[in-house]
Design a protein around this ligand. Structure first.
Ligand code: DX5
Ligand code: ZN
Length: 228
């Protein structure tokens, strides 16, 4: 599967979201961080902003829900126009039922793991998902330093995907930049969220292109990708 680069609008200017969405033309998805001030100590945006963004851009929306009770709220983000909805494993009461509901409503279903949450208990659940998100920082804020200690979890997850022959995207989010994206790709990630590395750049479109080139080259020489 091809590398995908998803700029996170958390690092964009929230007063100019439509322009900021257009500033990353060529990105595969726009990553939209929804934070509820309960699951994480930060508050961002909700359904009405997602609805407006979906109208303002042709780039599909990848909504990352950092909230408690996603079982109740996540389906509304599909209705708001998200093409992919990610809930947190730590917050979902019934992840299988929720993933099925998201898919039934017509979006890709994705589940996220905080740094201290292992992948192994979720092995049997992976066929229910279209994407798994491995957080490479503690969720809540942009601009944090990448956690190298997550690389073994990315590797183990890629092995599980191969073992079960799944068509499951593996996303990394947090501290992904020119300095870290190659390590993520080499370990097995194929969808890369980048906030400050894209919106903090003088030319966000060029930053997306550069990250894509780096990730593609690293994937090209990665053992996990060569075997397929
Ligand atoms: C953090 C968010 C990330 C954030 C990443 O909790 O989930 O999507 O925007 O920002 P950077 O790329 O700056 O670490
Ligand atoms: Zn995110």
């Amino acid at each position: 599967m091809a590398v995908q680069i998803n700029p996170s609008i958390l690092s964009a200017d929230f007063a100019r979201l439509a322009d900021e969405a257009r500033a990353v033309h060529g990105a595969d998805w726009l990553h939209v961080d929804v934070m509820d001030n309960h699951f994480v100590p930060n508050l961002t945006l909700g359904v009405p902003v997602v609805e407006s963004l979906a109208r303002a851009t042709d780039t599909p929306l990848d909504c990352h829900l950092m909230m408690t009770d996603p079982d109740r709220w996540a389906p509304q983000y599909v209705e708001a126009g998200a093409g992919s909805v990610t809930f947190h494993a730590e917050a979902a009461a019934a992840p299988v039922r929720l993933a099925r509901e998201i898919r039934a409503k017509g979006a890709r279903a994705s589940m996220a793991l905080k740094p201290a949450t292992p992948i192994e208990p979720y092995e049997d659940l992976l066929p229910e998902l279209d994407m798994l998100l491995i957080m490479t920082v503690e969720p809540g804020f942009g601009g944090q330093a990448f956690l190298d200690i997550m690389l073994p979890k990315i590797r183990r997850t890629r092995e599980l995907i191969g073992k079960h022959g799944l068509d499951l995207w593996l996303q990394v989010d947090g501290g992904v930049s020119a300095a870290t994206i190659e390590r993520c790709a080499e370990a097995g990630a194929d969808v890369f969220v980048a906030g400050s590395a894209v919106y903090g750049a003088d030319d966000p479109e060029a930053a997306v292109r550069a990250l894509r080139t780096q990730a593609e080259e690293a994937t090209g020489t990665a053992g996990w990708a060569c075997a397929h």
